[in-house]
Write a protein that binds this ligand. Structure first.
Ligand code: PEP
Length: 252
């Protein structure tokens, strides 16, 4: 059975003290009322070591929001996959549309990041998804397939087992506009088919595919009830423990 996961992406929010307080609160509420799914919190680099130290990793895993495309050396301001791993965290988000768009991360750059993350024992939340313009041109399938082919389909099946795919239509991120459960299911099923075509039916069956884009406690149950939607990658609603817990509880 593939893993169900609710993952939070704090983005560039929370100073160190606020982030620690949020992680502590989440750890307390989820210890008291255990989740029925995997939970991951992805934080800015500055929080990682502290958050990884304070959470119970049998309940909450921790992830970074990015890592460098270079192994080590004279790259001022960059944080390598090895450094991320050394904080005690387990995951890294790669391919987020904000990094593709604002920081010009190409499929080749992402491929290098994917390889370094895996070489350092990190699991990857790999984001794909179309823009509004591409959706209106009915290009969502081609876009998702190309993003997989460009950065993760060079992996062996064994390596691919460490990839969680997050389908995030760009037009739904932070906009309050959610894809309908049927719209999301349609493309999730297509993404799973792409994985099956590449790696076979069993790998596709075992691959966790998350939905991301204005997901909240009110729409999570309908989305997560779909057969090919295995949980969510949550931005805005991961910044308050009660909101995030509300989404996690969709699996109860
Ligand atoms: C995201 O950026 O990964 C995301 C899903 O954001 P939001 O939930 O705020 O739309």
């Amino acid at each position: 059975m593939r893993k169900k996961i609710v993952a939070g992406n704090w983005k560039m929010n929370k100073n160190l003290q606020e982030g620690i307080a949020l992680a502590q609160e989440l750890n307390e509420v989820l210890t008291a009322d255990k989740p029925n799914c995997g939970v991951v919190i992805c934080t800015p680099f500055i929080h990682l070591a502290k958050v990884a130290e304070l959470v119970d990793h049998s309940i909450i895993n921790v992830g970074a929001e990015n890592c460098a495309d270079k192994e080590k050396g004279a790259y001022t301001g960059e944080v390598s996959a090895e450094m991320v791993k050394s904080t005690g965290c387990e995951y890294v988000i790669l391919g987020h549309s904000e990094r593709r768009e604002y920081y010009h991360e190409t499929p080749e750059i992402l491929k290098a990041k994917v390889d370094l993350a895996l070489a350092n024992g990190l699991k990857i939340l790999f984001c794909i998804g179309e823009s509004l313009e591409q959706r209106e041109a009915n290009e969502q399938e081609a876009v998702c397939k190309a993003e997989l082919e460009g950065s993760v389909f060079h992996l062996s099946a064994e390596q691919f087992a460490n990839i969680v795919i997050a389908y995030e239509p760009i037009w739904a991120i932070g906009t309050g506009k959610t894809a309908t459960a049927d719209q999301a299911e349609e493309i999730h099923a297509y993404i799973r088919k792409c994985v099956a075509d590449k790696y076979g039916a069993q790998v596709a069956e075992d691959t966790t595919i998350l939905y991301g884009g204005s997901c909240k406690a009110s729409n999570a149950p309908e989305l997560f009830a779909k057969p090919d939607i295995d949980g969510g990658l949550i931005g805005g609603a991961s910044l308050k423990a009660a909101d995030f817990k509300g989404i996690i509880d969709a699996f109860k």
